[in-house]
Write a protein that binds this ligand. Structure first.
Ligand code: GLN
Length: 308
């Protein structure tokens, strides 16, 4: 017998598969090799059960979906006051790669745009950048529930072509948001973006946030409970870049997207959603990913502002 959520996902897949708008990310050649038709859906409930549909097992790079988890790690390692002094929590309304620093303090507006994400990466504990990387990889892996591998080709391309991110890293150094040579932390940022996930991993990562920071299957605490609300708040207001306002209006769940085509969304206390489809709109969000989350939120009345 098919479970109701499973039947629902199969139907959603069929309904949204014909949606073929959008373009693959093309700023590095590796991302253009994705099959534009790939479409995966996954919902993980608080008992750790994963409902999957379509290309849910297809690996892709996590890209900016890594940002909330690295922000969580920075909060855990440095505490709220130090992190808040260096990275704001205001939506910028600007594109993900905008420089967008506060003109007075030089602090990035929020941790979901590249400037705030690069600053968060540099705040992760570790005596050397290698140790910082080990901690980053271990934490993102704990959220997923298994060890995440690095896509070396994507990482090298990100690093070879990331001149704009390099400029952002030097701006952060100029304003004293980061200390020392900013390049090793920037390399860690490129590495974190190049970790391979599938859409089931994203759903488990989302479910771990929905579950107060504890992975629903492994039982591992991945971040301190006291910071979960902070991370979800910033995802709600800033997670979808310059589409964040419309997203909250129409979907109403904390979420994060990445240019690899992944989107994760969190319904606190209930479940995590992972969607993967690599065709992106002009803001860098997956077209089918947005459509799927809109539909799920609508069909189940999930908008966090819904009173029923
Ligand atoms: N690696 C990309 C960058 O830093 C990630 C951006 C994204 O997913 N929006 O530009």
């Amino acid at each position: 017998m098919q479970l109701p959520i499973q039947t629902y996902l199969a139907d959603l897949y069929q309904r949204l598969f014909p949606l073929q708008e959008g373009e693959l990310a093309s700023y590095i050649p590796e991302l253009t090799r994705a099959n534009p038709d790939w479409f995966g859906l996954c919902i993980v409930t608080m008992d750790g059960f994963a409902y999957t549909e379509g290309d849910w097992g297809q690996p892709f790079t996590i890209q900016s979906v890594s940002k909330p988890f690295v922000y969580a790690l920075a909060l855990a390692d440095r505490g709220v006051d130090e992190v808040m002094a260096k990275v704001g929590v205001e939506p910028s309304g600007d594109a993900f790669n905008s420089i967008s620093l506060d003109p007075q303090t030089g602090a990035p507006r929020n941790p979901m745009i590249n400037a705030g994400a690069i600053a968060s990466t540099s705040l992760v504990a570790g005596a050397t950048s290698t140790q910082q990387w080990q901690r980053l990889q271990a934490t993102l892996s704990a959220f997923a529930g298994h060890e995440l591998a690095l896509d070396e080709a994507v990482y090298h391309s990100e690093s070879e072509t990331g001149f704009r991110n390099r400029a952002i890293a030097w701006m952060l150094r100029n304003f004293g948001i980061t200390e020392g040579d900013p390049m090793p932390s920037l390399e860690n940022y490129f590495r974190q973006c190049s970790l391979l996930v599938d859409c089931r991993d994203l759903a488990y990562m989302a479910a771990t946030l929905a579950n107060g920071g504890i992975h629903p299957l492994s039982g591992q605490r991945c971040m301190p409970a006291e910071h979960v609300e902070r991370v979800l708040s910033v995802m709600a207001t800033c997670g979808m870049y310059d589409y964040a306002g419309s997203w909250l209006y129409e979907v109403g769940m904390p979420a994060k997207s990445g240019v690899g085509g992944g989107i994760l969304a969190v319904l606190p206390g209930r479940f995590g959603i992972g969607v993967f489809s690599p065709r992106l709109d002009d803001k860098g969000n997956s077209v089918r990913g947005i459509a799927a989350c809109k539909q799920i939120a609508h069909d189940f009345g999930l908008n966090i502002f819904n009173h029923t």
